[in-house]
Design a protein around this ligand. Structure first.
Ligand code: NZQ
Ligand code: ZN
Length: 393
């Protein structure tokens, strides 16, 4: 196991009706002038926004609202948010929604105290030195942004989708009420589940040895997702299954399952070009990319893939032919993705094979990661897109 430092400063408040504590929690964490940030309207429709405003009113907290965050959040709304915060002396951003809303909120938070363009943090020109406090009320188990130090934004003019990170943008608190996720359409639920699983696999496939504790934690989180996701798809109001998924999503990305080991993250980089170019859901893109990446890199460590097959998918080990077990594991992963309604190839996702050179070029422009489990060349990336384009069960 490698040396590590693990710092998670977020206060997690989990369970039914916990959004009623929003006002008290903002106060506790030092906020007095709040920007409530939300997406395209699901929080208005569900009545959540009204409940949050009531809670802030009861605590005597001043607030303004900024809605309109789109999935794959854009820089344009971030600039608007920064302007509103500066003009109104906002000191706290409360994101009510999913990963897109939270990431937009984090970007506003890092942009307000910065003299330059907040995009500098995304293109590597500057490091985050200060940020307003951010907190979240989560409505979808997926990105894990409620417990992560990261944010991902798409630049509207170029379609470039990039990430930035700092412990300074870890949420001060995150309210996780699984009941809020019951209104999610099955497709969004499945996209979220895929993202959660992918966050764990990005950490699971490692060259670091002797990491039994994090291996077992990773396997527990993914096994939970494999059990609970079909349950919520069949019965969207199953609170207990929703609760297990919501906590799994958070655990998957606070990095507690990934400490002390080298991680990969190539599948995420390769996927971001798909959601950047076609504006498809990140989880759906991962469903197409991750098994293709697995097929491409499997020979690098067949036994690790066989471990996935046996411990996570419960397949028997073929001791004479571990490669067969490893392949069967990847097949089982794709079957699971199909079972929960995810696309598994380009056509089903709405991507085009002829765009592969563009995708590869954008990956390069974004400084796409090429280390991790297996270092990938541009040709390798193109091969992975090609496998993804034609994948079948
Ligand atoms: O906008 P509204 O109307 O709220 O609708 C949203 C949106 O259309 C809807 N939704 C959310 N909660 C709902 C609901 N609909 C009904 N009932 C509810 N309770 O779901 C749609 C998707 O929302 P979004 O916030 O985009 O989903 P998600 O949480 O999957 O976030 C995806 C974004 O997070 C980034 C992705 O790249 C993508 O841009 N990621 C962020 C990470 C991070 N910050 O650490 C890591 C991830 O790997 C990921 O890259
Ligand atoms: Zn993700």
């Amino acid at each position: 196991m490698n040396n590590f430092q693990f710092y998670s400063s977020t206060e997690f408040v989990f369970g039914k009706d916990q959004e009623s504590k929003a006002g008290a929690l903002v106060k506790k964490h030092g906020g007095s002038r709040v920007l409530i940030h939300f997406g395209g309207g699901s929080v208005i429709k569900s009545g959540l926004l009204d409940r949050v405003k009531k809670s802030l009113d009861e605590s005597g907290i001043f607030y303004l609202e900024l809605g309109g965050v789109k999935p794959n959040p854009r820089d344009t709304l971030v600039y608007e948010g920064i302007k509103i915060c500066r003009e109104n002396n906002i000191d706290f951003i409360l994101a009510v929604g999913g990963g897109s809303t939270i990431d937009s909120a984090k970007s506003i938070a890092m942009g307000v105290p910065y003299d330059g363009d907040f995009w500098d943090f995304y293109c590597g020109k500057a490091q985050i030195q200060a940020a307003l406090k951010v907190a979240t009320i989560l409505t979808i188990a997926a990105a894990g942004s409620e417990g992560s130090p990261d944010a991902v934004i798409t630049q509207e003019s170029t379609g470039l989708k990039r990430g930035a990170g700092s412990d300074l943008i870890r949420p001060a608190f995150s309210i996780l009420n699984p009941a809020l996720t019951c209104t999610l359409p099955a497709y969004q639920t499945a996209c979220g589940a895929t993202d959660i699983i992918a966050h764990v696999f990005e950490r699971y496939f490692t060259n670091t040895t002797e990491v039994e504790i994090t291996d077992r934690l990773c396997e527990a989180v993914i096994s939970t997702m494999i059990k609970e996701t079909p349950r919520v798809i069949a019965d969207p109001n199953n609170y207990d299954a929703r609760a297990n998924i919501m906590w799994a999503g958070c655990v998957a990305h606070t990095n507690i399952v990934g400490v002390g080991r080298e991680q990969d993250w190539n599948s995420h980089g390769i996927e971001h070009e798909l959601s950047g170019l076609y504006d498809v859901a990140h989880g759906a893109g991962l469903a197409v990319i991750m098994p293709a990446w697995m097929e491409f890199v499997m020979s690098h460590n067949v036994m690790r893939f066989a471990q996935m097959a046996t411990r996570i998918f419960g397949l028997p080990m073929n001791f004479e032919n571990p490669e067969a077990t490893a392949k069967e594991g990847i097949r089982a992963f794709r079957r699971f993705l199909r079972e929960i309604g995810m696309p598994i190839n380009f056509e089903e996702l709405g991507a085009k094979e002829e765009d592969i050179p563009v995708l590869v070029e954008k990956f390069g422009l974004n400084g796409g990661k090429t280390g991790g489990f297996v270092a990938l060349s541009s040709e390798d990336i193109a091969s992975i897109y090609k496998i993804a384009a034609h994948a079948s069960l």
